[in-house]
Ligand binder design. Structure first.
Ligand code: TXA
Ligand code: MG
Length: 327
């Protein structure tokens, strides 16, 4: 049995969803990035249900979602001038900030860390839900741990349908790749996860940002395991754009292309094109849904075409590489 799905833009849906959150239940909701699996961020029993539903290890902390900047005082103890500049520039939007945690946030939500991850989503349904619930809402992406993130209500229902109380449908997510996570807990700002807000845009506002460059160096970042966003079908990232693999006839192979490929007729069992014109915003929006489509075909392998690691390309390549990391 699947869980109940309601259109998120109706006041009665928001009221019911907020009641469920206040009562310690789980509601999946749309954001501009991906769908989140939400609970009352200040209720440790509710947070425990999120970890259980996703089968998520408890060392992987959750992001706390706010309706407005005034709510930040309930979850963080101090907001530096740099943090305030970023909030003013990019909230609501796909930027998650790591700040010193307020005592009211349960340790389970932050995996015992002295810091908390916060953002204001740029989606009216998400903010209406948080406002009506009257509490910050902790929400990881609404997918089973390690699998590709959901960008439609149907994706949520496919992966977690019977484990959540309600799904609010807001249509397909506009950005399609998770928020950018920036830590302001150390001496210098550090990029912990590339995402929908580009590093270039952040640096325009606050200047240079440190970047962990190898998986060893990022090992201190909780929840950023090398293998993540993974399909059941093995994925190989091709060495360069427009360099196609030599295929053996017996293999059923799919291609995830960045832009319209030419002269490939018949070689691949299936081809998904992230953006016919090669636009990175469109590519990011389609990334997870096209990976899911190819994954549903029972192929032997999916080849993914790389893109340059600039702008949104940094987040797209981060997700593709993690998806392609063997378990
Ligand atoms: O776009 C998004 O960020 C989506 C939507 C739903 O808001 N959420 C999302 O959550 O991607 P999730 O759970 O898939 O990723 C949360 C990640 C953790 O895996 C961890 O890497 C980081 O956020 N994180 C959370 N709290 C942290 C903390 N205190 N310190 C460092 N990293 C933290
Ligand atoms: Mg996730």
């Amino acid at each position: 049995m699947g869980s109940r799905v309601l259109w998120g833009d109706r006041p009665e849906s928001i009221r019911l969803a907020a009641e469920i959150i206040r009562a310690g239940g789980l509601v999946a909701f749309p954001t501009e990035t991906v769908y989140g699996l939400g609970c009352d961020a200040l209720n440790p029993d509710a947070a425990a249900k999120v970890f259980e539903a996703k089968q998520r290890p408890t060392f992987d902390p959750l992001i706390v979602h706010l309706a407005d900047q005034a709510m930040i005082e309930t979850v963080a103890t101090s907001v530096s001038p740099v943090a305030r500049r970023l909030m003013d520039a990019f909230w609501p939007g796909p930027l998650t900030l790591i700040l010193p945690k307020h005592l009211s946030v349960p340790d389970l939500v932050t995996a015992g860390l002295p810091t908390v991850a916060v953002r204001i989503p740029d989606h009216s349904v998400a903010r209406a839900l948080i406002r009506e619930a009257g509490a910050p809402v902790a929400a990881p992406s609404a997918n089973p741990f390690g699998y590709v993130s959901p960008t439609t209500a149907q994706h949520v229902s496919d992966g977690l349908g019977d484990r959540i109380d309600l799904i609010l449908d807001g249509g397909p997510c506009l950005l399609g790749v998770e928020s950018t996570i920036l830590s302001l807990a150390g001496a210098r700002p550090e990029l912990l996860r590339p995402g929908s807000l580009t590093l270039e845009a952040i640096q325009m506002v606050i200047g240079p940002v440190d970047r962990a460059t190898s998986s060893q160096e990022t090992a201190h970042v909780p929840g950023q395991s090398p293998r993540h966003y993974a399909t059941r079908t093995p994925v190989t990232v091709l060495p360069a754009p427009r360099v196609w693999p030599v295929l053996r006839g017996c293999e059923r192979v799919g291609l995830l292309a960045m832009s319209e490929p030419r002269d490939l007729a018949g070689q691949f069992h299936a081809i998904e094109v992230l953006s016919p014109s090669g636009d990175l915003r469109e590519a990011a929006r389609h990334l997870f849904s096209m990976l899911r489509k190819l994954d549903a075909l029972g192929l032997d392998r999916i080849y993914a075409e790389p893109c340059a690691e600039q702008g949104l390309g940094l987040a797209i390549m981060d997700r593709l590489r993690r998806c392609a990391t063997p378990s």
